[in-house]
Design a protein around this ligand. Structure first.
Ligand code: F0G
Length: 454
């Protein structure tokens, strides 16, 4: 048996609470069957997200004490800027308070009414910002991307032919930029290959288009390149990282996932892009040397970026996810394969096939998993979509419950407990019923929408 090993020891702990099942049922009802609306004190294992909740290292904690506080020109900012240059080879850095702030700025700078943004797959906040600026998201994923049980190592790849056809049909001047999301979030944290990115780069060059990299989940994608892409197996994580950055014109990231627990940024070698976006930073984020981040966050990011270059650190998430996925498969539970980054993804459509997609099976399953074990996952299905201009609700490609694996947070016995509860639920799946909206927000409805039993 392949048992993942924690390559660290736990020296600061936080006590957990496991409320009895009656209390969990009550809490879930009160939260409108939306796991986002649960109080953390009612949650045993918080697998909602990896955003802002990864463990910090002793070195990160220590670094936060020596931060240099100043509105303008802090030494801490310079340190972070230099670290980004060292690792990604980029000259310019625009700091932001988190990933979606980068998306706001890039969209305001480059998306115009009716322009198109081709990408491997959308993320919720990314799409919302592009649409808000009048743009259209066009996904040009490979067919295998939507195959839930696949052996394809790079389901996050872009289909080069679809991309070329899209550009030719619409004309390159209609394309705002091409976006690649490292570790495509909504289809199960699936990576793309560097070989694919090189091909995308060629297409962009041929049509003089910008290539934007969302590096929020880069750590996982780096690990998968090293593991799954033959030509990179002897390359260092640093070398692989440089290759990603060199292929992109603009890279942005949520530092809530990459490197730390808060913050974000846009990096580029293009002076033109830097100047185009710079004023938005001061308008929406803060001055150019903090962009909404505290200096303590920036110090911890510097250390976190270095630690991301350590294979024994970035292998923790994917190895624990792979273990959990394999254990669920052994017990017949339908999950997304191959195991990706970010978390273990349960296929709700197969888990509770008696619930039609219009009744939000992924949301129903997420609620049921919480009731069954105090384990909080996240709906990634139709509830995470939003209605189009005519009020029509698009059915999601997949109905997933994501059980995120915050890096270095849970022990193996906790993961085993989560598996045990999900397997129990699978054996008793007829207990689960469908849901309908009671309160439906118009945008990002998964965040604060409330549901009730059908
Ligand atoms: N891009 C990707 C690929 C993401 O996964 C996220 C956030 C963002 C952008 C936005 O960054 O949250 O810092 O504003 N994903 C979180 C999640 C929210 O739970 O998957 P943010």
């Amino acid at each position: 048996e392949k048992i993942p090993l924690e390559m660290h020891k736990v020296r600061i702990i936080q006590k957990l609470n496991l409320p009895p099942v009656e209390q969990r049922l009550e809490a879930m009802k009160e939260a409108g069957y939306n796991t986002f609306l649960l109080k953390n004190q009612d949650v045993f294992m918080d697998m909602l997200t990896d955003s802002g909740v990864n463990a910090m290292s002793d070195r990160q904690q220590a670094s936060m004490l020596e931060a240099d506080d100043s509105y303008a020109g802090s030494a801490t900012f310079t340190k972070l800027e230099e670290k980004l240059t060292e690792i990604f080879g980029t000259k310019y850095f625009l700091p932001t308070h988190q990933g979606r702030a980068c998306e706001n700025i890039i969209s305001q700078a480059y998306v115009t009414e009716g322009s198109i943004v081709p990408m491997n797959y959308h993320f919720t906040t990314t799409k919302a910002h592009i649409v808000l600026n009048g743009g259209i998201v066009e996904e040009v994923f490979i067919d295998e991307a939507l195959n839930l049980t696949s052996t394809c190592p790079f389901k996050g790849n872009i289909d080069i032919e679809k991309l070329s056809n899209l550009i030719e049909t619409n004309g390159a001047d209609k394309i705002a930029f091409v976006r690649m999301e490292a570790g495509t979030n909504l289809i199960g944290g699936q990576p793309f290959a560097l070989e694919n990115m090189r091909e995308v780069r060629k297409v962009c060059d041929a049509h003089n288009l910008l290539l934007v990299l969302d590096a929020s989940l880069l750590a996982d994608n780096l690990y998968f390149i090293k593991q799954r892409e033959e030509e990179y197996k002897d390359k260092s994580i640093r070398e692989i990282t440089r290759e990603f950055a060199d292929l992109a014109d603009i890279t942005y990231f949520s530092a809530r996932k990459l490197s730390f627990a808060r913050g974000g940024g846009i990096i580029t070698n293009s002076e033109e892009a830097y100047l185009k976006m710079r004023e938005y930073i001061t308008l929406y984020e803060g001055f150019l040397t903090y962009g909404g981040m505290s200096v303590r966050e920036m110090e911890a990011m510097v250390v976190g970026l270095d630690e991301t270059m350590d294979e024994q650190m970035i292998n923790q998430g994917p190895q624990f996810i792979s273990y959990m996925t394999d254990e669920l498969i052994k017990n017949g539970v339908p999950v997304i394969t191959p195991a990706g980054g970010l978390g273990c993804h349960v296929n709700a459509m197969d888990f509770i096939s008696h619930i039609p997609q219009e009744q939000y099976p992924a949301a129903a399953l997420a609620a049921a998993i919480y009731i069954a074990g105090g384990v909080r996952g996240m709906e990634r299905g139709t509830m995470s979509e939003q209605r189009d201009a005519n009020g029509v609700e698009p059915l999601a490609h997949m109905e997933l419950v994501r059980l995120a694996m915050p890096r270095r947070v849970f022990t193996l016995s906790q993961v085993k407990y989560a598996v045990d509860r999900i397997v129990w639920l699978y054996e008793n799946r007829e207990l689960i019923g469908g849901l309908q909206f009671v309160e439906e927000p118009t945008t990002m409805r998964f965040f604060f929408g409330k549901l009730g039993a059908q």
